[in-house]
Write a protein that binds this ligand. Structure first.
Ligand SMILES: [Zn+2]
Length: 128
C-alpha cells in the first residue's frame, strides 16, 4: 500500500504554516498507521514501512515563500528516507548519498522479488 501525502505542497499558496501544519498531519497519520499495524497480529511482524518525501525543499528566490522545490537548487533534489520493519537493520543509519532510484528495488527486495524495470540498485546496506 502506498500513501501519498500531498499536504506539504499547499505551501505553494504562500503560507509557511501550510507546510509545518502538513508535517504535523503526516506525523499523526503515520503514527496511526504504525499503531494499527502493531495492533494486528497478521501485519505486526509482516509489514515494512518506508517513509520518504518525493522531493527536497528550497526557498523561492523571487518572493518570501519558503519550503518550495521548484528552483533547481541542490536542496530541492536532496531527500531522506526512513525504513523499518522485518528484514531491515534496526538502528542502522546510512549516512551517505544514494540516488532516490534505490527506493523501488530496495522495497522489492524486502518483499522478496526483483524490480526488473527499476533503474537503481538494491540498497543492501540497510538489509539484515
Ligand atoms: Zn510542489
Amino acid at each position: 500500500m502506498m500513501v501519498n501525502y500531498q499536504d506539504p505542497d499547499y505551501v505553494h499558496w504562500g503560507n509557511p504554516s501550510h507546510y509545518t501544519r502538513a508535517i504535523q498531519v503526516i506525523d499523526d497519520g503515520l503514527q496511526r498507521l504504525v499503531d494499527t499495524v502493531d495492533a494486528d497480529p497478521f501485519y505486526r511482524d509482516n509489514t515494512v514501512f518506508v517513509i520518504t518525501p518525493d522531493c527536497g525543499r528550497d526557498a523561492n528566490p523571487l518572493m518570501d515563500v519558503p519550503f518550495q522545490h521548484h528552483f533547481n537548487s541542490r536542496a530541492a533534489h536532496e531527500t531522506w528516507a526512513i525504513a523499518f520493519g522485518p528484514g531491515i537493520d534496526s538502528g542502522r543509519v546510512l549516512d551517505r548519498q544514494v540516488d532516490q532510484s534505490v527506493v523501488a528495488p530496495t522495497i522489492a527486495a524486502i518483499m522478496g522479488f526483483r524490480a526488473d524495470r527499476a533503474e537503481g540498485d538494491v540498497l543492501s546496506d540497510i538489509l539484515i
